[in-house]
Design a protein around this ligand. Structure first.
Ligand SMILES: [Mn+2]
Length: 407
């Protein structure tokens, strides 16, 4: 069976929708600065990846000029100049050619050192429209100015009457509603993750370390078609199960402890985000089971409440009321979940949930005094009349976990 992927036509369709939303205004999306290729994988800004599918071009710019009288100039891709000497080190790149146009789906591709010399295309478009749209998510005042606003400031100093529109919701709205292909890719990431959770549940035992758990997960991900985890895997046992973003993963697994495992495989630019909490010995103690059942009840009730028109804050209330009623309200110290997509904490548009949104549901109870932390997290896609749990097949009932861990 072919692996799920996004065809070029879908990227073109996303740009078409965005151009329609911009009306006459000019929008620019930057892929981002290059990184150290020896140490880090380059990942473009997710807006750029979403709109182009291009993941290996730093310093690239997408220009959308929906009102350009020349139809072919309504979208332009600007790539950094070729540098044959650099490419001997960092990877070969195609010349602007039919091959590159076919590979990218762009009809007009220009070369420019985009951060220093904006080509005529931008100036001409902006002089005509006097309107530019900010598409990158707005930065906090403590962060650097986003690259689109930095460019618009330069343009505003040179083009009288330039208006900057806030269109930061537009790409967010598009990205939040996942297509069939995107859901299939996330489902594949979840299915690969399921192999990892199966490996952990079947093989973990006292005397191993948290890192052995991490290794079992990552090994299964990479064996089954993923390049690795979508985010930093958390394997926290005992007191570490109560540390939300625990990352050391280096402690021994002690008889009687719980392990909180928060991990998901990456696939095709997307990723899963799943949590299961399992006992080191394969059997929950009475007290662990008591807390576990409260979290599971809250999780399942919240999944039941997911439907179009509901807000994530409403879902939070569903989980919180169950955990509050059980007397553990002060021990549920984070929110119920978040959008999931190109980013693990994906872009979140204003307004209630819509069909096609993919979100996580992840209540938890953390009691450090008892070295006891439980979180259960699934990934669900919002459907017309509710939701579909993409990670339903990863065991979460206490009896199922105990049965699988018993071998
Ligand atoms: Mn999550």
């Amino acid at each position: 069976m072919p692996e799920p992927a996004i065809p070029l036509s879908e990227f073109a369709d996303r740009r078409k929708k965005l151009r329609a939303a911009l009306k006459k205004s000019v929008g620019v999306v930057f892929s981002g600065e290059p990184n150290d290729p020896l140490h880090d994988d380059f990942r473009p800004h997710p807006h750029f990846e979403y709109l182009t599918g291009i993941t290996d071009e730093s310093g690239a710019i997408l220009i959308l000029d929906p009102a350009n009288p020349v139809v072919s100039l309504r979208e332009i891709l600007i790539l950094r100049p070729l540098n044959p000497e650099l490419e001997k080190w960092d990877g070969l790149r195609l010349e602007v050619s039919k091959a590159l146009r076919d590979q990218t789906g762009f009809h007009v591709i220009l070369r420019s050192d985009g951060y220093n010399r904006y080509p005529r295309a931008i100036n001409d478009a902006v002089k005509r429209t006097k309107s530019v749209s900010c598409l990158h998510p707005l930065a906090f005042h403590t962060q650097p100015v986003t690259p689109d606003l930095a460019l618009f400031k330069l343009l505003a100093e040179r083009i009288p009457g330039l208006v900057i529109e806030d269109c930061t919701e537009e790409v967010a709205k598009l990205r939040a509603v996942k297509s069939k292909n995107e859901v299939a890719i996330i489902q594949r990431a979840v299915d690969i993750s399921a192999k990892g959770y199966d490996a952990v549940m079947r093989n973990i035992k006292p005397g191993m370390t948290e890192f052995d758990g991490e290794e079992l997960l990552h090994h299964a991900y990479q064996t089954h078609g993923s390049r690795g985890p979508a985010y930093g895997t958390i394997v926290g046992a005992g007191i570490n199960s109560t540390v939300l973003h625990y990352r050391a993963n280096n402690q021994p697994l002690v008889d009687g402890d719980l392990i909180c495992i928060d991990s998901g495989a990456a696939f095709g630019g997307y990723g899963a985000d799943i949590t299961r909490t399992i006992p080191v010995t394969g059997k929950f103690t009475k007290r662990q089971r008591e807390i576990y059942e409260i979290v599971l009840k809250a999780e399942m009730a919240t999944i039941k409440a997911v439907r179009p028109g509901v807000r994530i804050t409403d879902l939070d209330k569903v989980a919180r009321s169950i955990i509050n009623k059980a007397g553990y309200g002060d021990y549920f110290i984070h929110g119920i979940g978040h959008h999931l997509g190109l980013e693990t904490h994906d872009v979140t548009p204003d307004g209630p949930l819509k069909v096609g949104n993919v979100i996580t549901i992840e209540p938890g109870i953390y009691i450090p005094q008892e070295k006891l932390g439980v979180r259960i997290e699934d990934d669900v896609v919002v459907t017309k009349d509710g939701c579909r749990n993409l990670s339903a097949k990863i065991p979460k009932k206490a009896t199922d976990i105990e049965r699988i861990m018993a071998g």
